[in-house]
Design a protein around this ligand. Structure first.
Ligand code: ATP
Ligand code: MG
Length: 401
């Protein structure tokens, strides 16, 4: 289904005098920031999420508290809203099929189904004009036995339901590979060759119902233990030629999928002088996320239009404008580790620094590795943004970057 234009605010079209309502599957922090962007434009919002205290459910006009596949929940969602989006890729594609038959739903069930499955995803990403890491599909003991030595050392990744480095095991020998596959219960996996990384980056694009596409400049990302820790977003964070190549590849991927909504594509930059870079080129495409992305949170504070504004605009069929970044930015993720000793982090000291924007997601329980919030530092220059972000990291006990 393509999308009508859903103007914000009370339009009288609903007959009940209520503003146009937008829905989101999933109630995590991404849903929360979508809801906040939609509300600031005058939309009402509905969140479907089973969790009573989901970050998005807590701030939405309506919260349908059912499982993602609950038929009654889905019917209520369709009745309540004019169009529906999703905030995490593990929403069952079947639910999106049901919703998409009745309401404009973006991204589509097809696009989400590809992003949910690393095997389908890799085949698709390979069409982008940038190569993927050499890999093998492992779904059977025969495929396990047939793995070639050139993929070792490597990373065994489950085809489905992985995030923040979960469902991944690093292996350096065939024996370790066999043990790792068993530890993952023999589910479908891909084994990826371990690549020598000089850097990682991501590109966020937003594509509308009629195929127009805008983008943010590539963000440079630092991961720790498989979880995004720091994003540096400013001119010069990447060599220009690589940045252009990454943006073009991300747009190709969105076009190939006839994608509608916000899409993030993650890339590796390979180490100079390595044999892998010799063979594959400098840039390798890693994976995509069919939604706004943690590496784009800086856009809330450093750009004139954020990734969540663009998610609202794509869903509602409103004009897409090329975002302009007005400040250099560094984003630090705030993980539950900061709270583990039971103390509140020293927000007062951090907020005394210039250009600090604190975002907490309203999560009531802080666990190790859980994303509780993020902090963006904006500044006139990259050097200033980095210096202040390092001070903030030091105050919070986050390792320097
Ligand atoms: P998320 O969804 O949170 O981005 P994920 O769990 O889906 O993460 P990946 O993006 O596949 O996992 O991998 C997590 C991190 O592990 C990467 O950002 C990178 O730092 C490292 N990594 C993954 N694959 C490779 C590889 N082939 N070679 C080297 N490092 C890798
Ligand atoms: Mg990733």
């Amino acid at each position: 289904m393509s999308g009508p234009i859903l103007l914000p605010g009370a339009t009288g079209l609903n007959g009940d005098g209520q503003p146009t309502t937008l829905g989101v599957m999933g109630g995590g922090q991404l849903g929360r920031m979508f809801v906040q962007a939609a509300q600031s434009m005058g939309y009402f919002t509905v969140v479907l999420d089973p969790d009573v205290v989901s970050p998005a459910g807590l701030v939405s006009h309506y919260h349908i508290q059912t499982d993602y596949l609950d038929q009654q929940g889905l019917v209520q969602l369709m009745q309540r809203c004019a169009a529906i989006t999703t905030e995490f890729e593990n929403v069952p594609a079947g639910a999106l099929v049901t919703l998409g038959a009745a309401r404009p739903t973006a991204p589509s069930a097809d696009a989400v189904a590809i992003a949910q499955d690393r095997i389908k995803e890799k085949a698709h990403l390979a069409l982008s004009g940038v190569p993927v890491a050499p890999y093998a599909v492992i779904e059977t003991p025969e495929q396990l036995a047939a793995v070639t030595d050139d993929l070792l050392p490597g990373i065994l990744k489950t085809a489905r339901l992985g995030y923040d480095g979960k469902g991944q095991v690093r292996v350096s020998s065939r024996a370790e590979l066999a043990v790792a596959w068993e530890s993952l219960k023999g589910v479908p996996c891909v084994l990826e060759k371990m690549l020598p990384l000089a850097a990682e980056c991501s590109v966020i694009v937003a594509r509308g119902w009629t195929g127009e596409c805008v983008h943010f400049a590539p963000q440079r990302n630092l991961h720790r233990e498989g979880i995004l820790a720091v994003t540096e977003a400013y001119e010069g964070n990447m060599p220009t030629a690589l940045a252009q190549k990454a943006v073009a590849a991300a747009k190709n991927i969105a076009d190939e999928l006839h994608y509608v909504g916000v899409l993030c594509v993650e890339f590796f930059v390979l180490a100079e002088g390595s044999a892998e870079r010799e063979a594959l080129g400098a840039l390798v495409v890693n994976e995509m996320a069919p939604r706004p992305h943690n590496s784009g949170h800086y856009t809330l504070d450093a750009c004139d239009v954020s990734q969540f504004d663009l998610q609202v605009r794509t869903l509602a069929g409103l004009p897409l404008v090329q975002p302009r970044q007005h400040s250099a930015a560094v984003m630090l993720n705030l993980l539950g580790d900061l709270w583990v000793n039971g103390a509140t982090p020293p927000w007062d000291a951090v907020l005394a620094l210039p250009g600090v924007h604190l975002h907490l997601y309203g999560k009531l329980q802080a666990n190790k590795g859980r994303k509780m919030g993020h902090l963006t530092v904006t500044a006139a220059t990259p050097a200033q943004a980095n210096a202040t972000a390092l001070q903030a990291a030091d105050l919070l006990g986050i390792e320097a970057f």
